[in-house]
Ligand binder design. Structure first.
Ligand code: MG
Length: 252
């Protein structure tokens, strides 16, 4: 089942995919282009993996870590499908990162790798845009780089875990203005999903609605004002976003 959260008719609605359209919880059927797409999940804590694909780590001149490299992201950064992301005019090094987003379905503490999949509600797609110009130092590693408003499109669909039998073998692709620029597979993660849930839950409690962004493979390239970026994960969905500059952002 593919689910979404959308705004239309003056309210926020839960919806499901229905014959290429959206069926709202109240039964009304609407066209996908007639709604505002929201994050399909009301996010709790958002965990984000850095350098979780060895080929991406090497393309930005790092070695893959020997322990998960995780930071937190605030919900302010999230925006839905078809929305606009602001690229500050002084940024030079901004790239997209297509990532499988794992959504927790229940409280998890000290979960074993063997049991980890039982704690997953489902999956969505995230684009963890990065503005590397703002990378600071050891003590403020990613705040201005990753947590800016609009910097993390997510959606369009939340897909139930039962609909994705093998999340560790999904194609991960990005298209910029229609051209394929990133072409990877979730099987190439350094730390796989069960490992990440076991690792995180070994020292903190995970809750329903928490999200793990699992990292991005090789193929991140710079994006510029006007670019249309589609991040797509096999079986889950294609998430569209458009880059705007400071002036256009103020008008959108
Ligand atoms: Mg990332």
């Amino acid at each position: 089942m593919k689910r979404a959260r959308v705004a239309c008719f003056g309210a926020v609605h839960d919806a499901v995919e229905f014959e290429g359209k959206l069926k709202l919880a109240d039964g009304r059927v609407v066209e996908p282009e007639d709604v505002v797409w929201l994050s399909p999940v009301e996010a709790g804590t958002i965990f984000v993996l850095g350098l979780n694909y060895a080929d991406h780590a090497s393309e930005i001149s790092f070695n893959a870590p020997d322990e998960p490299l995780v930071f937190l992201k605030g919900p302010n950064a999230l925006i839905g499908h078809n929305a606009f992301t602001r690229r500050p005019d002084d940024a030079i090094h901004m790239h997209y990162e297509c990532e499988l987003a794992v959504v927790l379905g229940r409280t998890a503490r000290d979960v074993s790798q063997a049991d980890a999949y039982d704690y997953i509600a489902g999956y969505t797609v995230a684009n963890d845009y990065t503005i590397r110009d703002y990378l600071e130092n050891y003590y403020r590693p990613n705040l201005r780089v990753k947590n800016r408003d609009t910097l993390t499109p997510i959606g369009p669909w939340f897909v139930d875990a039962s609909g994705i039998p093998d999340p560790m073998n999904l194609a991960v692709k990005t298209y910029v203005n229609g051209e394929l620029t990133q072409d990877g597979c979730t099987k190439d993660m350094v730390f796989d999903i069960p490992y990440l849930i076991a690792y995180l839950s070994s020292f903190m409690t995970l809750r329903e609605g928490d999200i793990i962004l699992t990292g991005t493979p090789k193929g991140t390239v710079h994006v510029y004002e006007g670019d249309e970026v589609v991040t797509e994960i096999e079986g889950i969905g294609a998430l569209k976003n458009t880059i705007v500059g400071d002036v256009a952002f103020a008008r959108t």
